[in-house]
Design a binder for this molecule. Sequence first.
Ligand SMILES: Cc1ncc(C[n+]2csc(CCOP(=O)(O)OP(=O)(O)O)c2C)c(N)n1
Ligand SMILES: [Mg+2]
Length: 598
Amino acid sequence: MSAAQSDWAERLLATLAEAGVRDVIISPGSRSTPLVWAACQNPALRRHAIIDERGAGFFALGQARLSGTPSLLICTSGSAPSHYYPALIEARLSGVPLLVLSADRPFELQQCGAQQTIDQARLFGSYAGYHELGTPVSDRAATRALERIAWQAVAETLEPPRGPVHLNFRAKKPLEPALAEHGSPKPVAEASATRRKLVRWRPAASAPPLRADVDELVERWRASRCPLLICGALSPGESPSPELVARFARASGAIVCAESVSQLRFGLDPETTGALICDRYEWLLASASLLQRAAPDFLLQVGGMPLSTNLGRLLESSDQCELWIGAEQGWPDPAHHSARIVRARPTQLLLALCEALEAHPAPELTAERRLWREANARARQLVSARLERAFGEPEAVAALCEALPSGSILMLGNSLPPRLVDRYARAGARPIRVLSQRGASGIDGLVAGTLGSASIAQAPITLLCGDISFLHDVGSLWAARPERTHGGRWSHAIVLVVINNGGGRIFDQLPMAQQAGPDQRFWTTPHELELRHAAELYGVAYRRAQTRAELGEALQAAYARPEVSLLEVVVEAHSAAERLQELTGELAAEWARLPSTS
Ligand SMILES: Cc1ncc(C[n+]2csc(CCOP(=O)(O)OP(=O)(O)O)c2C)c(N)n1
Ligand SMILES: [Mg+2]
């Protein structure tokens, strides 16, 4: 390869490393050779090999979701980078930093039938920032620009609105490194030793919310009789701590409703925090009679758009209930209900609110709050007791949540699993980080995303997903054995828990199920696949559970080993829908016995 080309590739990778990039996910190809060679020579970079660019994209996403720094994807030219698309869409919509470095053909090979050549310019449209790096040249200004662009790209991934950036590098043949005198390739690191290392950019500290917003919010809280704090999807890096949320709830009288995809579901214990933590809110919000007696009149939402359909219904039906949203970026209000978007990180917002609220006397425990507390306590008892009586999907999900090791990570798939955790998992003060894919809510890339997070996590990690979600990404089991991707071993257990309910059972709960007849299979996609064959193909430990005892034993065995286990939990197809119906009736009867608020 020409000296200009190897120098450019080396400078680019070195500058990206200086700017904070640590992990590089490489998919195979020839045109990307100068980039891959430079990445292999740089000791600051960890390298992972993943064949399929689609899985590679989600693997990188899983890393960046956990680390908060952009991972770098490298691939060859042609259709290769286009396979990153779904992961980049998710990164854009959930604000995860990510870098793509695609190799491309030089300008003279465009639009003339050259192999593996497509128009890669702005390939990802509005989903990724874009920088054209052009063809390497020996020119000082161009080289300085290359380094500047590398810093700029990293900065763009991390500055709000955080997300992906695409760099397109045009390589010319020969692509291989030049040989040194003794016949082996020249190490590219030589040049970097003499380079002046700069820190050209640091992320700005997050600004506190506007004083006027805080003052108005405090007024609203103090006037509200039944205010709710709704915590939607929040990544570990952006979430307020459970202690801060509890402090805020005490100071404001807020009823805390933390969704499974927030970091607060497992951090707050309703019995001991001295705050009103409502982990059965999804059931409460479905009760017209409870809402009549104790209607929420003020909501503050932090994190992503809530999953809760009942919350959406409440906002739709009530003119009395005002919604404010605290969000550093984006506009997480698809139903157009918000009275105000307060621009701040949730932590900064809650801190500012605590300071302002604590200057006032503690809020009164209104009759409405008392009713919510009591209704939640009874629902906790009733739901727990009901879960003892059978074993189906809700019971499997609840049992898994109880078995999560302290300090571990739970990666939640989409469809029924996060909704079942919302309904059935008990809140409790346990240090568990939750990762999710709620940007575009895709069922894609969950295996790759989990393995990506596992590749940088110093903790056990559990994926909970449905069978169709798993099958969608079954090829990403490639990355389950570290000797294939980066060498070395896993340091902790990685447990892929797949709920096999025979298809996409969320569709059986939607109105179409009543009308479709046999065509329902185009929604549900039932199957008869035995997942153990996938485990066998990729060399992964496999366990199957059909009862509570089998699940307990399988989890214990899986957590005891620092390797990937596939754990298939076979449940009756309609157990989630049945339990929902039964418990809705039982809870209504239980709550009817609660004393009136007046
Ligand atoms: C990439 C992608 N394709 C399709 C969908 C639409 N979708 C939502 S849920 C679902 C079914 C998921 O089935 P499964 O993983 O078994 O979960 P279950 O519904 O049984 O809980 C599908 C296909 C999606 N969200 N993302
Ligand atoms: Mg399913």
